[in-house]
Design a protein around this ligand. Sequence first.
Ligand code: MG
Length: 237
Amino acid sequence: MNSSSNTKTIVFWLSIVLLGIMLWKLVSAGGPSSDGQKSSDWVLLLINGIPLLLLVGFCVFLMRQMKSASWRVAKIGSSKTRTGIGYDLHRLEEGRPLIVGGIELPFDKGPVGHSDGDVLAHAMCDALLGAAGLGDIGTHFPDTDPMWKGANSLVFLEHAKKLLDEKHFAIEHVDAVVITEKPKLGPHFPKMREALAKALGVGAEKIHLKAKTNEGVDAIGRGEAIAAHVVATLVSR
Ligand code: MG
């Protein structure tokens, strides 16, 4: 129970006690007082008026409490949780910068792509857009548009966040796996989470990153590609 509820509860019980006292006074006022004289008119008015005011106040209090409870139930009932999945893969070539999660990593290879080729940001964008039913990254940032050539992929996430806001969705959690044989990604995760969270306007605790290798199998295992899987959870506001 929060402080507001505590205050309301205290006010409620004080009202009950005062109401009891006033009713008792009202009943007492019907008979002779201890000194044998009737109460004066203004005392009688006060004795009759205060219980009435308290009763009205109590009814208003109850109505507000019921209205507030109904509103909370309606809000809980109407909230929706949505989940989206995103996947991306880019070929790696020597001499290109390796950008993952908005951070450039020291490595001799980097992704081939129209933008900066950030697989994690791209998969995350798809997961978020998918959860909100807003299409995919290609819908909003086609790789045929020269505007996005060499673009920082965090811009895509910032745009996705604006679209989510317009549809009244909040990011509850984003869970990601990045698959690459080299380099080691774990040491860079704190900076990646910080950059991704900033682009999405959420706390870094909502971004969870994991790294895997492909055990030397296939293109990823041979160091020819990098991939990412992302699951995003949204809640309606
Ligand atoms: Mg991509």
